[in-house]
Design a protein around this ligand. Structure first.
Ligand SMILES: *[C@@H]1O[C@H](CO)[C@@H](O)[C@H](O)[C@H]1NC(C)=O
Ligand SMILES: *[C@@H]1O[C@H](CO)[C@@H](O)[C@H](O)[C@H]1NC(C)=O
Ligand SMILES: *[C@@H]1O[C@H](CO)[C@@H](O)[C@H](O)[C@H]1NC(C)=O
Ligand SMILES: *[C@@H]1O[C@H](CO)[C@@H](O)[C@H](O)[C@H]1NC(C)=O
Ligand SMILES: *[C@@H]1O[C@H](CO)[C@@H](O)[C@H](O)[C@H]1NC(C)=O
Length: 270
């Protein structure tokens, strides 16, 4: 009996190995050489993936296109309706990237789409000093604060820092002499608005920057910062959070992987 079962044991032990080897080869990071769209553009590597690369080279939400018609800019969509936006920079260590509007009017782009709350990248809300360095009449523009964009029909030409920083003009959306788009924190009252003829367009997370280092003097920034968290990726869902880390290998273009914490604080089994 024992002798007859031996080949069966042998098969059971060897077979899984034979199946695992080819699937590892199929995920080979050698299919995914690190590339750039242009010499001064960011490196494209996991989780970003160039459109013509095999699917395993990155995550579908991070599909990068090199624009052939537009100076070889590194372009990506932030949602199905966002259209392609150029990527300015990617910091793989800090896990953030920045995008901008090539026409210099980020608010116009942001009015047109929403990043899904399920998306693997999310807009940074208080990441850089600039994001919370603007003082409005009631409070700082900061943690999780939204901006309401209003469209005011008026022939006036508003300037910045008026009315103790209750609002700021969004020049690139305005047509002087006809209408002015302004931004304000949502709790702004009608009495603080420059004219009574404003209608709300939308609330959104709008990056701001100071003008002349004056915290009452802010305007929309043209740069959008986004963060990603490796733990949100499907490849990390099976890691044991207490015993393992899930990270990229930054010196090679390798996918996310579970691996033991280094250094380990506790011996295994305790
Ligand atoms: C864009 O890329 C093509 C092909 O790599 C190259 O020939 C061209 O000089 C690039 N153009 C710019 C503006 O970088
Ligand atoms: C806004 O979205 C519409 C429909 O998707 C599109 O046609 C239009 O070009 C977009 N506008 C901008 C500024 O992205
Ligand atoms: C603001 O309102 C004017 C009409 O008063 C309209 O033509 C314009 O498109 C509006 N701007 C935006 C950004 O919705
Ligand atoms: C609006 O006011 C600003 C600041 O005073 C000025 O620079 C700009 O030329 C004015 N625009 C128009 C169309 O009057
Ligand atoms: C990361 O990749 C480099 C280059 O391929 C390799 O030498 C190194 O051992 C890898 N590190 C880890 C932790 O896998």
């Amino acid at each position: 009996m024992d002798v007859l079962l031996l080949p069966l044991f042998f098969l059971l032990i060897v077979f899984p190995v034979a199946i695992v080897v080819p699937s590892k080869a199929a995920d080979d990071s050698r299919d995914c050489p690190i590339q750039r769209c242009r010499d001064d553009g960011p490196d494209i590597k996991f989780p970003f993936r160039l459109k013509h690369y095999p699917p395993h080279c990155g995550h579908p939400e991070f599909e990068v296109v090199c624009s052939s018609s537009f100076n070889n800019l590194t372009m990506m969509k932030l949602s199905s309706s966002s259209g392609l936006l150029p990527i300015q920079n990617i910091d793989y260590e800090a896990q953030h990237f920045s995008m901008y509007d090539a026409d210099g009017c980020l608010p116009r782009r942001l009015l047109n789409f929403t990043i899904s709350t399920n998306s693997l990248f999310q807009q940074a809300r208080y990441y850089r000093l600039n994001y919370y360095s603007c003082m409005f009449k009631y409070r700082y523009h900061g943690d999780n604060s939204k901006i309401t964009l209003l469209n005011c029909s008026t022939a006036q030409n508003f300037s910045m820092g008026m009315n103790y920083g209750s609002y700021f003009p969004v020049r690139c959306l305005s047509v002087p002499g006809h209408y002015q788009v302004i931004g304000a924190v949502p709790e702004t009252s009608k009495a603080d608005l420059p004219v009574p003829t404003c209608t709300s367009l939308r609330q959104l997370y709008l990056p701001l920057r100071r003008v002349n280092a004056n915290m009452h003097h802010c305007e929309p920034d043209n740069v959008l910062w986004l963060l990603w968290d490796p733990w949100d990726f499907p490849a990390c869902q099976n890691c044991n959070r207490r015993m393992e880390d899930c990270s990229f290998n930054y010196s090679s273009n390798e996918m996310l992987k579970c691996h033991p914490f280094i250094p380990r604080h506790k011996p295994r089994g305790m």
